[in-house]
Write a protein that binds this ligand. Structure first.
Ligand SMILES: CCCCCCCCCCCCC/C=C/[C@@H](O)[C@H](COP(=O)(O)O)NC(=O)CCCCC
Ligand SMILES: Nc1ncnc2c1ncn2[C@@H]1O[C@H](COP(=O)(O)OP(=O)(O)O)[C@@H](O)[C@H]1O
Ligand SMILES: [Ca+2]
Length: 467
């Protein structure tokens, strides 16, 4: 009998709904020399793909979402990394801020990327560690709201194992650990806008997805006490917050994003290879070339809006997630240097419910007289309460009354502050200054791909990426 020689090629197979799977094909050959030539040629081809990571630093939050992070990583992700010859240093976090603090201590420059296994909160922690570390190493003071921050070129990979997983869903199109692991292995790169949040020249946080005051801030504050419920806590607190129907009075000042081509009411969404984000990338490169001539932001116009709001949401991306597959702002861009500022004014409970329901169907959620949306590059918010406090017109009795009303479910009074929800973390201050930093960081992702039209297209694409 003739002796057969063989080698197996592992590759990415694209399935429905942006899901990727690892598949394999084995080649048989009678000629051993020919077989080895094939193996050598394939290895050389893979070696030429410089964007593929070889060494990764992995942080796992064992308590995120349904507490499955460790199992998901060990069973679904680690075997794929090992198949792709990626070496890893794995840290299972022991407390909040473990990953962030660790990123200030380790030699991050020896890694091709950092992977976080968890939800948006865990991603936020890793992002703060990386961006903070790069600024520290570059001598940039994060407390200066006008500082030009240094871009972070170490990519972050997200293995979704949290409660909302909006950043993963909005950049990949699905919350699926295997799909995300494969995007990391093939070395995808998706730049991402990051907003910096300051209060009185003091750095508070960075945000990449939702910065929400009012409705989403109140949901988060209430849901933190119910962490034991897992992802369901958001449904419980969402329902409770909807019933409480609190509105908040305040002033917003914003600078429109004039540099970008799109608008929040566009019908087209940001997709892989988005030309609007590419244009912003070119503008950024030009700005870096002649940084001395950079337009001073302070000189550009500010628009001011005062009012009573049920929700103030600033989103750097669509914020699509399994709860709302089109997101809070379906036409927001991942990397155009702008955020969409959504103002939901005081309205009836019924109208607010109609607004919320439109996040789950095809109808336009901005087509309401009480909803306004602006594409901005920076904004500031001051609540009526802090304005009053500053001008000393607030007496202690009024403050006490505020506390009383907040705890009273039937009362929608407006003399207490809400909390800012910053990518799932609460902020201590209600008065904030926000500035969008175009493409400050990068993810192992490629944005959401246009849907394949038919089965033939699936099989055509399937052999595209070898592992
Ligand atoms: C009548 C049905 C109405 C349903 C409306 C649903 C609209 C949902 C929009 C959700 C936007 C989510 C934006 C992302 C926020 C996350 O950063 C944050 C933290 O995530 P994680 O760390 O993974 O827990 N999640 C939230 O703030 C939860 C919002 C829940 C809203 C119900
Ligand atoms: N070992 C740990 N124990 C407690 N909290 C942690 C731990 N590791 C990370 N965290 C914190 O948990 C928070 C939520 O994590 P995340 O993974 O986003 O889960 P979820 O999506 O369920 O909120 C993050 O802000 C992170 O700082
Ligand atoms: Ca953006």
């Amino acid at each position: 009998m003739t002796k057969l020689h063989a080698f197996t090629v592992y590759y990415v197979k694209k399935a429905r709904n942006h899901r990727w799977r690892c598949s394999d094909v084995t080649f048989w050959c009678v000629d051993e020399h020919l077989c080895n030539q094939w193996i050598q040629a394939l290895k050389e081809l893979l070696e030429m793909q410089k964007s593929r990571p070889k060494q990764l630093l992995v942080y796992i939050n064992p308590y995120g979402g349904k507490r499955q992070g460790k199992r998901i990583y060990e069973q679904k992700v680690a075997p794929l990394f090992s198949l792709a010859s990626i070496s890893t240093d794995v840290v299972i976090t022991e407390h909040a801020n473990h990953a962030k603090d660790n990123l200030f201590e380790v030699n991050i420059y020896k890694y091709d990327g950092v992977v976080c296994v968890g939800g948006d909160g865990m991603f936020s922690e890793v992002m703060h560690g990386l961006i903070g570390r790069i600024q520290k190493d570059s001598g940039i003071d994060q407390n200066n709201p006008k500082a030009s921050l240094v871009q972070c070129n170490i990519r972050i990979g997200i293995i979704p194992a949290g409660s909302t997983d909006c950043i993963c869903y909005s950049t990949v199109g699905i919350s699926d650990p295997v799909t995300s692991a494969l995007h990391i292995i093939v070395g995808d790169c998706q730049p991402l806008d990051v907003s910096s949040v300051h209060h009185n020249n003091m750095f508070l946080k960075y945000s990449v997805s939702l910065l929400g005051y009012g409705f989403y801030g109140d949901i988060l504050k209430d849901s933190e006490k119910k962490r034991w419920m897992g992802p369901m806590r958001y449904d419980y607190s969402g329902f409770k917050t909807f019933l409480s129907h609190h509105y908040y009075e305040g002033t917003i000042a914003y600078q429109p994003a004039k540099h970008t081509l799109g608008s929040p009411r566009d019908k087209d969404s940001c997709r892989t290879g988005c030309y609007i984000c590419k244009k912003s990338e070119q503008q950024l490169a030009e700005q870096h070339k002649d940084c001395g001539l950079k337009h001073e932001e302070g000189e550009e116009e500010w628009k001011v809006i005062k009012g009573k709001f049920l929700a103030i949401n600033a989103v750097n991306m669509s914020c699509a997630c399994p709860r709302s597959p089109k997101g809070l702002s379906p036409a927001a861009h991942l990397a155009d240097g702008s955020a969409d500022l959504i103002l939901v004014r005081k309205c009836s409970r019924f109208d607010f419910l109609r607004y919320l329901v439109r996040h789950t169907n095809q109808d336009d959620q901005f087509d309401f007289p009480f909803v306004d949306v602006y594409r901005v590059k920076s904004f500031q918010f001051t609540s009526k309460l802090s304005e009053d406090n500053e001008s000393n017109v607030m007496d202690i009795g009024k403050k006490r009354f505020g506390q009383f009303c907040r705890d009273h479910p039937a009362c929608c009074c407006n003399i207490v502050n809400s909390t800012w929800n910053c990518d799932g973390e609460t902020l201590d201050s209600s008065a904030i200054e926000v500035r969008v930093h175009c493409q400050l960081m990068k993810l192992f992702a490629r944005g959401i791909e246009e849907n394949c039209k038919d089965e033939a297209a699936y099989s055509q694409n399937s052999a595209e990426q070898l592992l």
